[in-house]
Design a protein around this ligand. Structure first.
Ligand code: MG
Length: 219
C-alpha cells in the first residue's frame, strides 16, 4: 500500500500502551509486575505461579484480566485500580507528538485494553488528552479485550466507523489482524522490526512520531 492512501482516511485509532509512548520508558513493565503481585495476593499463589497464570491468560484471551474474571470472578475495577497504580514520572509532555496529532484531519480515538481513568492519566502526562474524540476503553467493550473480534465490532458500532476510512496504530501485530481482515489500514509501531513482511500489516514504523511524520508529508 502507498503511504498516499493514508491522506484520505477520516478516522485514526491509536492503541495506548507502548504505542503512544515508547516501551523503553518502563511504564508497561511496571503494570506487568503489579499484575503478578495482584494475582499472587488474590489467589494466594507464589509469584512464579502467578506470573505463569498471568501470561497464559494474556496469550489465551488478550488480557490477563479477562482470564481472571472468567475463571476466578475477580472484580475488574479492583484489578484495574491495583495494576494501574504506577509511577508515571518518565512520561513527559510531548510537543512534537501533540503537533503531529493536531495536523491529522478527522476523528482520533484511543483504543485500549486498559481502563478509562488510566488512559486519561497517560494522555494528560503526554499533554495530548485534548487531541482525541474519545477513549474506547475496556469497560466500553464489557471487558472483552483486543484482539477478540467482538471488541472491534463494538468499537465500529459505537463510532459508526467505516474500516476503509480508518487507520489503526498498534504495537502488537496480533491486534492488527482482525482489523486488517475488516478492511482497516494497519500501522505497526515497533522499535524492533521483525524483518519478514506480514500480509495484515500495511505499514511499519519505529515510533508513532515517525509514522505521523511520514503521514503529514502526504496530507
Ligand atoms: Mg500496546
Amino acid at each position: 500500500m502507498l503511504i498516499q492512501n493514508l491522506a484520505k482516511k477520516k478516522n485514526w485509532l491509536f492503541d495506548l500502551d507502548n504505542t503512544l509512548y515508547s516501551p523503553n520508558l518502563g511504564i508497561f513493565s511496571q503494570i506487568d509486575q503489579r499484575m503478578k503481585k495482584f494475582i499472587s495476593k488474590k489467589l494466594e499463589l507464589s509469584e512464579t505461579k502467578s506470573f505463569k497464570l498471568q501470561k497464559n491468560f494474556y496469550k489465551k484471551y488478550g488480557t490477563t484480566l479477562y482470564g481472571l474474571m472468567k475463571h476466578y470472578e475477580v472484580d475488574p475495577q479492583e484489578f484495574c485500580n491495583y495494576v494501574h497504580d504506577i509511577n508515571l514520572k518518565n512520561l513527559k509532555h510531548s510537543k512534537i507528538l501533540r503537533s503531529k496529532l493536531q495536523a491529522l484531519p478527522g476523528r482520533k480515538i484511543v483504543y485500549t485494553n486498559g481502563d478509562y481513568k488510566y488512559a486519561k492519566k497517560i494522555l494528560r502526562r503526554l499533554g495530548i488528552e485534548d487531541q482525541f474524540l474519545d477513549i474506547f476503553d475496556i469497560t466500553k467493550s464489557n471487558y472483552i479485550p483486543k484482539p477478540m473480534k467482538s471488541s472491534l465490532n463494538k468499537l465500529i458500532k459505537q463510532y459508526e466507523l467505516n474500516p476503509l476510512e480508518t487507520a489503526y496504530f498498534d504495537d502488537l501485530e496480533k491486534n492488527l489482524m482482525s482489523a486488517s481482515l475488516k478492511g482497516f489500514t494497519t500501522i505497526h509501531i515497533s522499535e524492533k522490526s521483525s524483518g519478514e513482511s506480514q500480509s495484515h500489516i500495511d505499514f511499519r514504523f519505529k515510533t508513532v512520531i515517525n509514522a505521523l511524520d511520514m503521514i503529514s508529508k502526504v496530507l
